[in-house]
Structure formats: C-alpha cells, structure tokens
Write a protein that binds this ligand. Structure first.
Ligand SMILES: *Cc1c(COP(=O)(O)O)cnc(C)c1O
Ligand SMILES: [Zn+2]
Length: 437
C-alpha cells in the first residue's frame, strides 16, 4: 500500500509541500503547517482492518513496531523507513482507572493516561522520535541541517537532547535561566547537548530560536514544527485502542504552548475520519492563573490570543505566555465542544496532594489538569458518570522540588491529611515500633 503525507497550511491556504521540508510556516499567510495524510489511500483499508493491524502490534512486536508511535507508522509518517527511525521505545504509557483519586477529586469514573512513563519522563518523547527520525533521514540524503535546536520549559530539551544523542546529531537547547527543575537541566547536559541558559523566560527563548530557524542556522524542534504533533497524536490513538476502540466523554490535559491539545485533537479527528470510532471526546485544557492566555481567550469566545507575561508557577512546564499553537488548539476545542479551565497554585497543590495520597505521584502540570477537572465537575460541566481521561504529561520524579515544597507546606495547600515529613530515628527497634503506632 503506498501511503503519503504532505505539509499543508492549517489556515486553509491551497497547496502542499513535501513533508520532510524544513519549513515551519505557510509561505502565503505565515500560519502554522500541519501534516495532511492521504485519506483516500488510508481508506483502502477498512476500519476493522486498521483496528486488527494496530491490535497485532504491541510492545512485543518486532522493533520499531514495538514503539507505540511506530506501531502506528502508517498514520504518522509513512515515508520513513526502518533505517530512518530513531526510537528509544516510546509510547504504550498505561491507561489506568484511578477510582480513589476520582473520589477524592469529586469525579468518577476517572482514568489516567500515563505519558510520563517514558524514556525521558514526559510525553515529549512521542513527538521527538518522529522529528529526530525525519532529521536523520534528511542527513542521510545529504540535505540535513547542521544542528537541531529548541526553546524549552525543560521537557522538550530533555527529550530532544536524548534522541539527538541516540542518532549522533548535534543539538542545542535554549532554556530560561533558573526557571526549570534540576532534573530537567541535568538531562540535556548528560546527553551532551549544548545547553544555553538564557536570561529571559520561555517566550524569550522561543523568539530567539525562531530567529535562528528563520535564517537556516538550525532546524527547529519546537512543536511549531508539525512533525512533533504527528507523534504526539498517537496518545489519542492509544487511548481509543485501550478503551476497546471507543472514546471517553472527556479528555483533560494541561496546556502551555498548546501543541499537545492540538495533537490529541488531530488524533481523534483521524480516528473519526477513518471510522475507527464514532465520535470525539470533549477536550478540557487546563492552565494556571500565572499563564492563562488560552483561558482568557476562551472567556471572550476565542476571539484572539493576547500574549501575557507568564508569572511564577509550580507548573513550570506550562509557564508560557504566547502559545505558538493557539490557533491549532482553538480548532481542536471548537471541533470537540471543549472547555478551558484555569486553576490557582493552591488548587493545584491540593489536587496534587489528593492524587498522591491515592497513589498517583503526579507532576505539577498533571495536578493542574486534575484541579481543572475538579472545578469542572463541581460546576456540573462534567456530569456525574461521564468517563474522563486525564493525560499525565510527565513523571513527578522530574519535579521533586515541587513535591518537597508541598510536603513541607511551602506551597499554598490547605486540605489533605497532615503534610508528610520523614520521622528521623536512631536504628533501634523500639523507637521504630513506637513511631509506627
Ligand atoms: C510540554 C509540557 C506540557 C504542555 O504541553 P504543550 O504542548 O506545550 O501545551 C505540559 N506538561 C508537561 C509536563 C510538559 O512537558
Ligand atoms: Zn496559509
């Protein structure tokens, strides 16, 4: 079966560009591009055949089909061959029912899609395997960029640096100085990337990296690059597959640059277009008070995006004031009758405690998403009994400073059982026994 994908303008301008071309914006209107799949060719396989094919490829399939992303390769980037693929075993993050967390947060049934169970500890690996594989192909053909770079709130750079190291591709990352966690800073350093800590915020780093991409100095690895979204969209495919090829009523996720909301929306769109599911879930995108341009726009009927200067928040990975994929995300929200919620630092910390006491150990961004769900359920927007999936975007071990602060009561968290502090004891049995009673 010969399948192909191309780049086209997300704003609807006519024309197509080769899918591997290092172009990030429409030459006519400057809008962002998206990967368009040849639906006619994909429809030569019926829905039942696609389901059976994808179901036949699990973690024990031969490499690289064992990857959650490359197991769906026909829908991702069909022109890449095995030789091109740079995979570190991404995808297959478990979808788990979390009834105790649901009860504590005021909504059941609740499921968590664990995208932080990933090689570098965040969902960014899903997109990065696709982008770095495409760069590897360009380099093999002698058309490759000298180096790849991104701006990051911490997880994009960790992921890009690891995949580039695996492929032997030079990589640079631009980080806002002092605004990412220690783990996130160590990751690209360990991978041997050139790490630039810049005296600005994420949005300032983004402007710099865009200028470097525009003059061809670097290949841009931010989610403005449509190839990232093709990998990230497999989260939607996995969720539908894990639910026996059905969709939940709602899907909640934290939103920063808004590439993930757009990607997941596109995934459900493709599932629907090819008949594997019969409807979309409603999207619930959650932002924090310190950085909520999408929420402000939602309140005004999505008229426009007014960039803000993003303030300090525990959810550092979504501290973004000028989201690049704003229009893409708005299209996904419109299509799904979605909503946007905004939560305070206190609500975020409380949701984190509630989820952790139910065994989850969520990152602060996922805590924001859970707090947003709690709000939407309390307001009756999410109705009792509706099936909700929350996307957990990173592993909380990257955010131990946040966890330590919450447990020490240094973050605004009122509710919940007494905050946990380790009890220091000598190595004597009777002391230990007394401490347990
Ligand atoms: C990148 C990131 C987000 C935000 O995703 P966007 O696509 O930028 O909206 C949320 N949580 C974590 C942990 C992230 O790394
Ligand atoms: Zn255009």
């Amino acid at each position: 079966m010969s399948l192909r994908a191309s780049l086209r303008c997300g704003e609807g301008c006519p024309g197509e560009l080769p899918v591997l071309e290092p172009i990030y914006a429409c030459p006519r209107c400057g809008g962002l591009l998206e990967v368009a799949h040849d639906l006619e060719a994909l429809r030569r396989r019926g829905a039942a055949e696609w389901r059976a094919l994808f179901d036949s490829r699990g973690p024990s399939a031969p490499f690289p089909l064992s990857s959650g992303v490359w197991g769906k390769r026909e829908w991702v980037l069909p022109e890449l061959t095995d030789e091109d693929v740079v995979s570190l075993g991404e995808g297959h993050g478990p979808l788990v029912p979390v009834p105790r967390a649901g009860a504590a947060l005021g909504h059941e049934p609740l499921w968590l899609k664990q995208c932080g169970h990933a090689h570098t500890g965040s969902f960014k690996d899903l997109g990065m395997t696709v982008l770095v594989s495409a760069v590897a192909r360009l380099r093999r053909e002698g058309r490759g960029p000298r180096a790849v770079a991104c701006a990051s709130t911490g997880d994009t750079s960790a992921s890009l640096a690891a995949y580039c190291a695996a492929a032997g591709i030079p990589c640079a990352v631009l980080l806002p100085r002092g605004k990412i966690t220690a783990a996130q800073l160590v990751q690209p350093l360990a991978s041997g990337a050139r790490v630039l800590a810049i005296d600005t915020d994420f949005d300032g780093c983004m402007r710099l990296v865009e200028a470097l991409a525009a003059d061809g100095t670097i290949y841009l690895a931010n989610s403005k690059n449509a190839l990232r979204l093709e990998g990230q969209k497999t989260v939607a495919l996995e969720i539908a597959q894990e639910l026996g090829w059905s969709v939940p009523d709602w899907l909640f996720l934290p939103g920063g640059n808004l590439g993930n909301a757009a990607a997941i929306g596109a995934g459900f769109e493709l599932l629907l277009a090819l008949g594997l599911v019969d409807r979309r879930p409603r999207l619930g995108v959650v932002q924090v008070e310190a950085a909520s341009p999408l929420y402000e726009s939602f309140r005004r009927g999505f008229d426009r995006c007014e960039p803000v200067a993003a303030g300090a928040t525990a959810a550092t990975a979504i501290r973004i004031g000028a989201p690049v994929s704003f229009r893409r995300a708005v299209r996904a929200l419109w299509a799904s009758d979605g909503i946007v919620e905004r939560v305070s630092e206190r609500e975020l910390a409380e949701a984190s405690i509630a989820a952790d006491r139910a065994g989850l150990f969520v990152c602060p961004q996922t805590a924001a998403a859970l707090a947003g769900l709690r709000r939407a359920a309390a307001a009756g927007v999410v109705r009792p009994g509706e099936r909700v999936v929350v996307v957990s975007t990173a592993h909380a071990l990257k955010f131990t400073e946040f966890k330590a602060a919450v447990e020490a009561g240094r973050l605004p968290a009122a509710e919940g059982p007494p905050l946990g502090q380790p009890v220091e004891l000598p190595a004597r049995l009777e002391d230990v026994r007394r401490a347990l009673c």
